[in-house]
Design a protein around this ligand. Structure first.
Ligand code: CA
Length: 233
């Protein structure tokens, strides 16, 4: 059984914290390889082919951002970054560099475990990502037919609203940065136009949420981007 469990690569320079995380994850039946520097971590990523990488952004040798950039040149392995509090720009940059998710220290190991599970589950799905129909709670989105329902009621969306929703559906459960959304929906020349996002997200919430001021599906990740709720794990 042990040999079948997913291998996690943990790159964290605080030895105490690393031990705590390793122990916790091992009790959840993961195998964990721990390293305290970016250099060692990158070598291990090549040699041991982990299922997922957990990466602290503040490392003594190579900056965590650089680790992600180097890793992404040859690997699609899912990456969760760990960062200190009040480093929103760091988080955004990490996601733009190709990280899949993030946690801000201090975080609960239960939350980390559920994020790992969600990422591994997403990777296990067929390439191309989202199924043709996405459903959570009252919300149902038919991607190929471009139709959206809240309960039994069909909701009419503009092409931009629908495209924006589509990007979130394809990353359901994971944060998509402002930059990524602007680039995918409006194009690379619009990555500075974050007010577009605020306007269109407001419209989408108005059409899809029971209470747009307290969204249940279209969640804000403060200073970073948006996340579409994908249900309980
Ligand atoms: Ca650190």
């Amino acid at each position: 059984m042990k040999a079948m469990s997913p291998l996690l690569l943990l790159i964290e320079d605080d030895p105490q914290f690393q031990r705590l995380l390793s122990t916790t994850l091992e009790t959840q039946n993961y195998r964990v390889l721990g390293f305290t520097s970016g250099q060692e971590g990158l070598i291990a990523a090549r040699n041991s082919q982990p299922s997922l990488v957990i990466l602290d952004l503040g490392l003594p040798d190579i900056d965590g951002q650089e680790v992600i950039r180097r890793l992404r040149k040859w690997s699609e392995v899912p990456v969760i970054v760990l960062s200190a509090r009040d480093q929103e720009s760091e988080i955004t940059q990490a996601l733009d560099n190709g990280a899949d998710d993030y946690l801000t220290k201090p975080f609960s190991t239960a939350v980390l475990a559920s994020r790992i599970k969600a990422l591994l589950r997403r990777v296990a799905k067929v390439p191309g990502g989202a199924q043709e129909i996405f459903q959570v709670g009252e919300l149902k989105i038919e991607l190929t037919r471009r139709r959206v329902f809240v309960g039994t009621q069909e909701v009419s969306l503009t092409p931009i609203e629908f495209n924006l929703l589509c990007v979130l559906v394809r990353h359901a459960g994971f944060v998509v940065t402002h930059r990524q959304l602007l680039e995918k929906v409006w194009g690379p020349s619009h990555i500075e136009h974050s007010h577009y996002l605020r306007i269109y997200m407001g419209q989408l919430r108005h059409k899809l949420e029971a209470d747009p001021a307290r969204p249940r599906y279209l969640l804000t990740e403060a200073g970073v981007g948006y996340r579409l709720y994908e249900g309980e794990n």
